[in-house]
Design a binder for this molecule. Structure first.
Ligand SMILES: Nc1ncnc2c1ncn2[C@@H]1O[C@H](COP(=O)(O)OP(=O)(O)OP(=O)(O)O)[C@@H](O)[C@H]1O
Ligand SMILES: [Mg+2]
Length: 348
């Protein structure tokens, strides 16, 4: 657990980058600091590993005041990943990753062995490991940055906009892999981003910062979308927060209709195995545009219902056989009731 206890950072020129910040970051989860530019996210992050010291207040890791610890030792127990990976250009990829383990006393050979393992873990090949950073793509370099931060197996990782310098498609795959890796490792991660969608996607907890390093809200992503604390947070989480919040809502309890129900003059066609092949009616054959299964979110079901020419999303079982239809209007009504219950507090 990392605790910020009434932490303020005022730079010599008078700028209050962080003001009276109190916040608890739980162990083994991803906490995201998000907020507009200049609101003190990086400053807050860097105070954790003492790259910056607070003007007043205390930061504790597992109960120990960081200012009482040797900065060099502290930094070795905390992985750090930055935007452009920050790799040593004149060292090969594998040696970039092996640097910290060598510092902590591993032999060069052992350190390299560990580095190769880590690089594989973040999805890079041995061939890439022997190149120089400039010979890798931006996304690959970011992976090396993550591998390097993990090299000393630190319990805590700090990540400052680790995925923001790559294009959206690469970012998406890096985010997926990062979540998979964290599922295995369970590190205590503090990540900075200015992208609310990234925060919602990756964060177990999301801390929304406002001007002057003020904490506007700390909440889980679903709660943040559903119950923004004030107008600033509501504006920051964005206009589609209702729709985006549906990605956290389960579809399992949606009422479905039989697959042979006629919907808007269309009927679902299936193959011999019962798998949906399209909609027929009005003398035409139309595509289904995909199907959903019970584990999908209401957002996914809504999207399919919108795309469907019948205005109905096709549910399939584990074998891909159509086993139900849900109309757009049914989803809408289900969402309305859910929202009413939530706002009346009947589901806790
Ligand atoms: N060394 C410094 N001296 C004076 N002011 C600084 C210094 N470093 C940062 N600041 C100021 O402190 C404030 C917070 O900066 P910080 O880098 O923590 O913001 P940030 O939230 O990470 O922003 P961004 O999203 O743009 O990275 C800003 O107003 C910035 O100009
Ligand atoms: Mg920053």
């Amino acid at each position: 657990m990392i605790e910020f206890d009434d932490v303020t950072k005022q730079y010599p020129d008078g700028t209050v980058a962080v003001g009276n910040l109190s916040l608890t970051i739980p162990t083994g989860a991803i906490t995201v600091f998000v907020g507009p530019s200049g609101c003190g996210k990086t400053t807050s992050l860097r105070m954790i590993n003492r790259m910056i010291d607070p003007t007043s207040g205390t930061i504790r890791i597992d109960g120990k005041d960081v200012t009482a610890q040797d900065p060099a030792l502290l930094r070795r127990s905390i992985g750090y990943v930055i935007q452009h990976a920050g790799l040593f250009p004149h060292r090969t990829v594998v040696d970039n990753v092996a640097t910290v383990p060598v510092l902590t006393g591993l032999s060069r050979k052992e350190a390299r062995k560990r580095a190769y393992e880590l690089l594989e873990r973040v999805g890079l090949t041995t061939g890439m490991a022997d190149r120089y950073p400039v010979q890798l793509s931006g996304g690959q370099q970011q992976r090396v940055g993550v591998a390097r931060a993990l090299a000393a197996d630190p319990p805590v990782m700090l990540m400052d906009e680790p995925f923001s310098a790559v294009d959206p498609v690469v970012r998406d795959s890096l985010q997926q892999e990062f979540l998979r890796l964290q599922g295995e490792l369970g590190k205590t991660i503090v990540m900075v981003t200015h992208d609310i969608d990234e925060a919602i996607k990756l964060g177990d907890n999301v801390a929304v910062f406002a001007e002057g390093g003020r904490l506007a809200q700390l909440a889980g992503p679903e709660d943040l979308l559903a119950n923004p604390a004030d107008d600033f947070v509501a504006g920051f989480v964005g206009r589609d927060r209702g729709f985006r919040g549906l990605s956290f809502a389960a579809s399992a309890d949606l009422p479905v209709e039989p697959v042979d129900t006629e919907v808007e003059g269309l009927r679902l066609a299936v193959d011999d195995a019962g798998r949906p092949t399209g909609w027929t009616g009005h003398g035409r054959a139309l595509p289904t545009e995909g199907s959903w299964s019970a584990g999908d979110s209401l957002r996914a079901v809504t999207d399919l219902a919108i795309l469907s020419p019948a205005g109905a999303a096709v549910r399939v079982d584990a074998d891909g056989r159509a086993d139900g239809l849900v109309r757009h209007a049914t989803v809408a009504e289900f969402v309305r009731v859910r929202q009413l219950e939530r706002l009346s507090g009947t589901d806790g």
